[in-house]
Design a protein around this ligand. Structure first.
Ligand SMILES: Cc1cc2nc3c(=O)[nH]c(=O)nc-3n(C[C@H](O)[C@H](O)[C@H](O)COP(=O)(O)OP(=O)(O)OC[C@H]3O[C@@H](n4cnc5c(N)ncnc54)[C@H](O)[C@@H]3O)c2cc1C
Length: 449
């Protein structure tokens, strides 16, 4: 079959917030050099970055209790500080993009919504107070309030206090200066700007299915046009794989030494979405609880105010589940296809060493709508089944990394992989996620150039 050959300096695979951010960094650092962004879906930012597919929390360590673990009676706040700083620099980057006209309406993307931690039970109340006493001494969290007084908590979380027993031990911290972010809208606005630039090419409906190194050390990216059934190749000096859950299979194709032994463990997500505008109006917070035993860190339940396309919304979840798809719009064969000779031990090892997680996911898959509503009632006791419906969230592919013994370990962070000759980079994992997109892409730039 005849194939067209195109040329570009930089090829970015995936049209999510990570590629959008990197594209701006490349656009500024290498003025006039050609950048090609390839996205398999008809529109940009329709996978994890899309507003309904993630929780839209501007993660800054304010309310997420998994970022301040307690070990032997000591609360470790290192991760919360690090994420707070990374969110701050990412937010500053968005403001800079707005000043330069790369983002044309930042107020459509970022809204102030208080970040609240909410706990139940004596032990958790003591933990939350101890955590607050440490955090409030840092400028990152100054102004954070703590309360175990039900009347005060009622002012912060009126809906969640309705119908709650007076006997229950509860506590909350309240941080006014938190954010809800529409990451998809940010990416979309950046791509709209880039699409108007002479040296930038945006290709939608274009599925990358192969990556090869040419004899003269350049990359050959093979693309199939989804609608037209046409194939073409793009020759470039540099490739970034920012394909979210689709990154791992493409890394395999690129066949670089640095990616050997990696595997992926897909975890799907579901939300309960509130459909009653009166209820939505009466909650104004991102209220994070404590993860259940065995739950992965990204399954911390939260009841979230969202602002999507100018409308207030209310979500509860996410409920995790097991799936074999790497992308929401992916294929059931993604996981089986990712099993290779060099990662099979990693995958088996990770499964064996994470049996509590596997058991947790199996339980989550078996939950009925009624079970999920009962979980919501731990947050909002008066929740009515008729006011909520289930919606499907995005997919996350957690990294499985080979340890020294050759077995896999499940990682919940992100990993930047760069080839030795720095001609290709990839991003694996999804946490803390889009909130730190600028910090992560800054590292990609530093490692690549
Ligand atoms: C349930 C859930 C909740 C989350 N909550 C938060 C949160 O509250 N705060 C936060 O900061 N982060 C959150 N995240 C994480 C955040 O959504 C991601 O970190 C971020 O969106 C990743 O952006 P990305 O550009 O890497 O990937 P994506 O947005 O997924 O973009 C990758 C793109 O690559 C395309 N692609 C894949 N394969 C190919 C191919 N072969 N050829 C061409 N294109 C391809 C896909 O179609 C997709 O558009 C959450 C994620 C999930 C799933």
């Amino acid at each position: 079959m005849a194939q067209t050959i195109k040329h570009s300096e930089f090829v970015l695979i995936g049209g999510g917030i990570m590629s959008a951010t990197l594209a701006i960094l490349l656009f500024e650092k290498f003025p006039g050099k050609k950048i090609t962004i390839i996205e398999k879906l008809p529109k940009m930012a329709e996978e994890s970055s899309e507003a309904w597919n993630n929780a839209g929390t501007g993660h800054a360590g304010n309310c997420e209790l998994n970022y301040t673990p307690e070990k032997k009676g000591e609360i470790d706040i290192k991760k919360a500080i690090e994420i707070s700083e990374q969110f701050k620099e990412t937010f500053n980057f968005w403001k800079y993009c707005a000043e330069k006209g790369y983002i044309n309406n930042l107020s459509k993307c970022v809204n102030e919504v208080p970040h609240v931690s909410f706990v139940q039970g004596k032990k958790n109340v003591a933990f939350l107070e101890k955590r607050w006493r440490i955090l409030k001494e840092y400028p990152h969290f100054s102004g954070m309030a703590f309360s175990n007084n039900k009347d005060e908590i009622k002012e912060w979380l009126p809906l969640m206090m309705e119908g709650r027993s007076d006997k229950e031990d509860i506590a909350a911290t309240y941080f006014n200066n938190g954010y809800d972010v529409n990451f998809g809208e940010i990416a979309d606005q950046i791509f709209r700007f880039l699409g108007k630039q002479k040296n930038v090419e945006l290709l939608n409906n274009s599925n990358v299915y192969n990556l090869q190194k040419t004899d003269n050390k350049r990359w050959l990216t093979t693309v199939k046009g989804q609608n037209v059934g046409k194939h073409w190749k793009i020759v470039s000096n540099y490739v970034f794989i920012g394909a979210g859950g689709g990154t791992l299979p493409l890394l395999d194709k690129a066949n670089i030494k640095e990616s050997k032994g990696y595997g992926g463990f897909p975890i799907s997500g579901l939300w309960l979405r509130c459909t009653n505008p009166e209820i939505i109006e009466r909650h104004h917070a991102k209220a994070y609880g404590k993860a259940k035993r065995g739950a992965p860190p990204m399954s911390v339940p939260h009841m979230d105010t969202r602002v999507i396309n100018g409308r207030k919304e209310l979500l509860f979840g996410p409920f995790a589940g097991f799936t074999t798809k790497f992308l929401k719009h992916g294929s059931m064969f993604d996981l089986p296809r990712s099993v290779e000779f060099d990662n099979i031990m990693s995958l088996l090892g990770a499964g064996y060493q994470n049996l509590p997680l596997v058991k947790y996911l199996i339980k989550q898959v078996r939950l009925t709508f009624k079970d999920r509503m009962d979980m919501l009632r731990e947050f909002y006791p008066n929740a009515d089944n008729d006011d909520w419906k289930m919606v499907v969230a995005g997919q996350r592919v957690q990294i499985i990394k080979r340890n020294k013994k050759g077995f896999g370990k499940l990682e919940f962070g992100t990993e930047i992989i760069v080839s030795k000759d720095k001609s290709i980079a990839a991003l694996l994992g999804a946490s803390p996620g889009a909130s730190t997109s600028y910090s992560v892409m800054k590292q990609v730039m530093a490692k690549s150039f």
